[in-house]
Design a protein around this ligand. Structure first.
Ligand SMILES: [Zn+2]
Ligand SMILES: [Zn+2]
Length: 135
């Protein structure tokens, strides 16, 4: 059981989460690089019913290689990337690590899409790395 809080840069969007973190990891795919403007995205996955969001978010949806439709929710005022979703897993959502207050809870368990990582990105050899998304 983990309690998380967080917000976007301007503070308009806030969230509280209370539940188990199903998994967490770093994604080095090109989509995550482009939307985050950063080297990779760190995502913590929780049950949607365990996360309470206040404030207005805007959603961008896109279809990926697997055919799944993914969503990215962001603050329409400051543009902070807050949450991710996958239409194939409607009960689950991802919280972007950068907007979480409890930084000690951010402990990625794996790296995915290592094949498209930025060459200078340092990888933690103590956790598994997958070229794409594992099976
Ligand atoms: Zn904001
Ligand atoms: Zn990604």
């Amino acid at each position: 059981m983990t309690e998380l809080t967080g917000q976007c840069l301007c503070g308009q969007v806030k969230f509280k989460a209370s539940g188990d973190i199903a998994m967490q990891g770093n994604c080095h795919c090109t989509d995550c690089q482009q939307i985050s403007g950063s080297a990779y995205a760190t995502l913590l996955f929780m049950n949607k019913s365990d996360v309470e969001i206040t404030g207005e978010t805007k959603r961008f949806e896109h279809t990926v290689d697997s055919g799944n439709t993914l969503s990215k929710d962001f603050c329409p005022n400051c543009g902070s990337q807050m949450f991710g979703g996958n239409a194939a897993r409607p009960d689950s959502m991802a919280i972007k690590a950068g907007c979480i207050d409890q930084k000690s809870e951010i402990k990625p368990q794996f790296n995915v899409y290592a094949s498209s990582k930025i060459p200078c990105t340092l990888m933690d050899d103590s956790i598994p790395a997958f070229d794409k998304m594992p099976g």
